[in-house]
Design a protein around this ligand. Structure first.
Ligand code: KIV
Ligand code: ZN
Length: 518
């Protein structure tokens, strides 16, 4: 059967909405534009670009992505509230093809405790809000929040009302990650069979990963008749995350014998998308993550290696190059010039602005002076670090640490704070503690450290360290990443990056409060 003749499954990416809602995963406008551009290029059918009513930043991001998108449909989320729907409509109207995605809860537990409304009242809300959206745009998606804990009878009535009011896609999410595959499949089969106008809409799955079943449930929903999968890069999302885009796409492609669907995403962009989302959110990808983890194609055991050398398919069900993994290569040394560095960045998929390029090149030369072998991974870590510090108002300039058995350890740190250089010394219980205390001396703050994690980018004792720091301040969480051959410098950069993100989030909220008050 040719791909064209197969049932097409719409890939709906919600990295920029459900993914970004994950605590600590917020992205700047520039970062969202980069992610959206890559999703658009890789063939994602629908990009959920944000929740326009949530903040001015969200609204601007959806407008800008809508203006720039070349191929994908751009969706904006809205609650079942007229002002939300209008705001989403205003944002997606710039897209060649825009979509309003509106949702309301349908489960008894949400109706009783969250909405304090009865079933008839919610049905009326569905009729009114979906038709309001449909009056603004032809492409309307309606979601039944907590569908998997809603009775089939009531869910059928809600779906019928939404389609009657003009919804063209019906999404039945497993909001709390509670379903198991066979019941999720059955839910779609029953709803599609029960609802008299079900042939007038595309059904969609949206699964959270609380029980580690999001991808399995998504594929089961498709077996039950759904033809849209909502997912995120790296499975980013609240709590345990959403179904991972790379996993659903590669499952369909690799097991097309039993999952006979077409899907338009080009998998060779997946590794890049995974790295980009990890870099802009500072959420590390677990080493053994399917498809995009560092070890996903590493065959360590002797038996496996022997089989692989004789015939790759003995142990390999997918080829690494299919998902955009390149063989590790020794790239350049200290004699490599600007042009060679630029070519390498292009090959790795980076297109830096002038300032970022000059700074990345300076850091590359510095790295090549200190490190014997510079690999692609080194350049990626350095460039991602550089991308994440662009536009930050606080930067690490220099750090000297006195460490060893004598104690107490001491750090002398100079930072650029809004264009002014500040230097402080601090002691600590270990060199990392001393470094973080020096940062606190320069920028006093209440944020507390929630995570400190170090990993080596490549092998060898001269490898760059990639450090992740997560900070919490008054319920707000921000994650920062830093890379350097000096673990303490990388630690300082990661801490400062998280602080900058907290500051941007606070500023964003102040702007929204001002806008609401005015
Ligand atoms: O998980 C969920 O129910 C959602 C809806 C807003 C679609 O994210
Ligand atoms: Zn969700």
């Amino acid at each position: 059967m040719s791909a064209a003749a197969k049932d097409q499954v719409v890939i709906f990416d919600t990295t920029l909405r459900d993914g970004e809602q994950s605590p600590g995963a917020s992205m700047t406008l520039e970062e969202k534009l980069q992610v959206a551009e890559l999703l658009d290029t890789m063939g994602v059918d629908v990009i959920e670009a944000g929740f326009p009513i949530a903040s001015i930043g969200d609204f601007e991001a959806v407008c800008e992505i809508a203006k720039r998108s070349k191929n994908s449909v751009i969706a904006g989320l809205s609650r079942a509230i007229p002002a939300d729907i209008d705001r989403a409509g205003e944002a997606v109207k710039f897209a060649e093809r825009g979509r309003i995605h509106t949702f309301v809860s349908t489960s008894p537990i949400h109706l009783q405790y969250q909405m304090k409304k009865n079933e008839e009242e919610v049905l009326e809300i569905i009729r009114q809000t979906v038709s309001r959206a449909r009056n603004l745009i032809d492409d309307v998606e309606w979601s039944a929040m907590d569908a998997t804990r809603t009775s089939i009878e009531y869910l059928s009535r809600c779906v019928e009302a939404a389609i009657d009011a003009g919804a063209t896609t019906i999404n039945l999410p497993d909001t709390v990650g509670y379903a198991v595959p066979h019941e999720y499949q059955m839910m779609f089969e029953q709803i599609i069979k029960n609802v008299p106008n079900s042939d007038k809409a595309i059904f969609s799955v949206h699964c959270h990963n609380d029980l580690g079943l999001a991808v399995a449930n998504s594929l089961a929903g498709v077996a039950g008749g759904a033809r849209q999968i909502e997912c995120t890069i790296n499975g980013l999302g609240e709590r345990a995350g959403n179904a991972a885009l790379e996993e659903v796409v590669m499952a369909i492609r690799t097991r097309n014998d039993v999952l006979p669907y077409g899907c338009s995403v080009d998998p060779k962009y997946m590794t890049r998308a995974s790295k980009l989302v990890s870099a802009v959110t500072s959420f590390p990808v677990q080493f053994n993550k399917a498809i995009v983890g560092k070890n996903a194609f590493a065959h360590e055991s002797g038996i496996h290696q022997d089989g692989m050398l004789k015939h790759a398919e003995t142990y390999e069900i997918m080829r690494p190059e299919d998902v955009g993994v390149r063989a590790t290569s020794l790239v350049m040394g200290k004699h490599s010039g600007r042009a060679a560095f630029k070519d390498k960045l292009t090959e790795l998929g980076y297109d830096l602005g002038d300032n970022a390029f000059q700074e990345a090149f300076r850091r590359f030369k510095d790295l090549a002076d200190r490190k014997k072998n510079v690999y692609d991974e080194d350049i990626e870590a350095l460039v991602e670090d550089e991308i994440s510090v662009q536009g930050e108002s606080v930067k690490v300039l220099s750090l000297t640490v006195i460490a060893g058995t004598g104690g107490p350890q001491k750090a002398i740190l100079t930072m650029d704070v809004d264009g002014r250089h500040r230097t402080r010394e601090a002691n600590g219980d270990g060199p990392v503690d001393a470094t973080f205390n020096a940062i606190k001396a320069i920028i006093p703050h209440e944020a507390t450290l929630q995570l400190y994690q170090v990993h080596a980018v490549t092998e060898g004792t001269d490898a760059q360290a990639e450090v992740t720091v997560r900070l919490e301040d008054g319920g707000k969480i921000a994650t920062g990443k830093g890379a350097d051959t000096d673990t303490l410098v990388a630690s300082a950069r990661a801490y400062v990056s998280a602080l900058n993100k907290l500051k941007v989030r606070r500023q964003r909220e102040i702007n929204v409060e001002d806008a609401i008050a005015s």
